[in-house]
Design a protein around this ligand. Structure first.
Ligand code: GLA
Length: 346
């Protein structure tokens, strides 16, 4: 349904849209089961600068070779290679009929679990003039992600970016889409470090985990709020572990949001490290490289905790540290406004 999304006609105008990626502080593989998540939009992102108008989308990327060009409207049969599949999918979901011509640049590493694809989707939607509530825009971009990749991902990435604020993480209840902005205190430094395993969001593995969690929920009801005795009584050991992760992770997210707000970084860090163990042992989405990196980072003075972030299967670790800590690797990221849109910038 795109009923509540309007398209603002900016033909003849120039736009500059900068959209951040996101890092998830805690709460992975719970969004699609209606659990709570605590991500933050970050100051690494993707920018589109374009002239609006015409009957086609033409984009050059400073990071990837080859121009993307496709006529509007996009018909359902349109298939696009490489990164072109994201703009094509967004234009299709939006039923866009007015095009644009411009460039895409990014400071986000791709395939690292920092939601470069969601940032691109949101940037394309905003450039094409999409206007709507954060929930509706996020749903539109989530449908585009599904269309582009076939991966049945949740709502966290798109919504956390669209709802992102400077200096805040965003607690999202993925059952109701209620949002609470949670201050990230200045004593909290957030680092993202790549494990070296390029992420194969093996669509099959992600989809399989989701399916297993849904099977477990069919036995005991909503997993985020399930009773521990009930999840532990699930006969199938794999489904029992999946259920245990979703249930325990949901509890950790709520506790971490409260601890962050109270400035209790030691508790947040401990919960992050517990989250990693749960993703490793119960959800089985970690890799030896991610585990080794988490161990190395958590052993450092001034690091409160670390965990894989995003879907796992490779990609990045997020670490919470005191500001005195300086890592020679990765990126220090800051909680930022997720979307900046300028029409006719100087
Ligand atoms: C990917 C998906 C999200 C979420 C995470 C795991 O980033 O896009 O919806 O499921 O994995 O938490």
């Amino acid at each position: 349904m795109t009923d509540s999304i309007a398209i603002e006609d900016r033909s003849g105008h120039r736009v500059r849209v900068t959209v951040g990626g996101r890092v998830n502080l805690i709460g992975d593989h719970v969004d699609y089961m209606g659990g709570p998540v605590l991500p933050m939009a970050i100051d690494l992102g993707t920018t589109i600068e374009a002239e609006v108008g015409g009957k086609a989308v033409e984009l050059i990327s400073t990071a990837h070779p080859g121009a993307v060009r496709f006529p509007l409207p996009v018909t359902d049969g349109t298939r696009a290679p490489g990164w072109a599949r994201y703009p094509v999918a967004v234009a299709a979901e939006l039923h866009a009929s007015a095009g644009l011509r411009g460039t895409v640049s990014t400071t986000l590493p791709t395939g690292a679990g920092l939601s470069s694809s969601a940032a691109l989707e949101v940037a394309v939607a905003m450039s094409l003039g999409a206007v709507g509530s954060p929930d509706d825009l996020a749903h539109l971009c989530q449908r585009a992600e599904h269309r582009a990749t076939g991966v049945p991902s949740g709502i966290m990435d798109q919504l956390s970016i669209i709802a992102g604020h400077d200096n805040h993480a965003t607690l999202i209840d993925c059952a109701t889409l209620d949002i609470r902005a949670v201050v990230v205190p200045p004593e909290a430094a957030v680092w993202v470090v790549h494990s070296g395993d390029s992420r194969q969001l093996g669509s099959t593995e992600y989809a399989q985990r989701r399916e297993q969690a849904e099977q477990a929920a069919a036995i005991v009801g909503a997993l985020p709020t399930a009773d521990a005795n009930a999840t532990e009584a699930i006969a199938d050991p794999v489904l029992r572990r999946r259920a245990r992760h979703v249930r325990s992770e949901s509890g950790r997210v709520l506790a971490a949001a409260d601890a962050l707000e109270a400035g209790d970084l030691a508790t947040v860090g401990r919960l992050m490290s517990e989250s990693h163990r749960s993703l490793r042992d119960d959800y089985e989405v970690s890799t030896p490289a991610l585990d080794a990196l988490v161990e190395r980072l958590t052993a450092m003075d001034g690091v409160f905790g670390a965990r894989l972030t995003g879907a796992g299967f490779g990609g990045c670790v997020v670490a919470l540290a005191s500001p005195e800590v300086h890592l020679d690797e990765g990126w220090r990221v800051r909680p930022s406004e997720g979307v900046r849109l300028e029409v006719d910038p100087d």
